[in-house]
Design a protein around this ligand. Sequence first.
Ligand code: BTN
Length: 277
Amino acid sequence: MGVVFCFEPPGEALTWFTASNPPPEPHLPSGWRTMEFDELDSTNAALKRITEQGGEVAEGLLVWAHRQTGGRGRAGRVWQSPPGNVYASFLIRAPEVPKNAPEIGFVAALAVRDAILEMPRHNTAPPAITFKWPNDVLCEGKKVCGILPELAADPDKRNWIVLGIGINLIEVDVPGALYPVGSLSEFHVDTRPAHALTLLGRSLSAWLDTWRTDGFGAIREAWRANGPQSAAPLSVRLPEGPVTGTFAGLDDDGALLLETPQGRRRLVVGDIMFGEN
Ligand code: BTN
């Protein structure tokens, strides 16, 4: 896995960048750092290896690959990773993991929504963005982004979350997908991975601040604004089989509350199925 570029955000020492000679993107928030790779097995796997090797790491370390050979999705699925899309993993400090690890996926979904809405478009209105529990971001009803938070521990046993984010910028083909899948280019959003990461770094930093300052309650409320309507019918695929009911909100920790004919259920894993929000 060859590093093709490693960029420290410009500090005072790098003032030789000018408007006509701007630093390369992504431009990340102050103190964040990028490691860019042409190809990786998985950015999540690579960032975990880096964290666990014991080198100096800090929040905001971004591992970004142009393509992945072993991109992984939720529940052990494959994440198709041709060149042209975003494949990124951010290192996030989360002292209370694993207790609040799932919360970070909702933080990330909000950040992706905001980044998408800021991406350049070809003279069109912004696409309708919605969320599918737990962490999918949909554009006009099609999944355009998947989020995979995973735990990592460094040798000092400090806890980190490796926050993997894949955004389909160009066309993708996912054989046998459980739900409609799309790319932002279908909705006339026209951007490249590096610029998408600049926007994403900014929005992610802002939503992490909200999470830390105002708590998960504020994140949950913001997510609900673009999540399923109350009492929307949902069908959720669980390891033991599908369960059908209506959306009754998110629990304090982000678990899905589903009203079923047998009573209210609290689900921490599962996939909302094709055609449902
Ligand atoms: C999902 O199944 O919806 C989650 C998909 C997450 C994909 C991203 S791409 C970057 C990062 N590296 C991986 O191997 N997976 C995540």
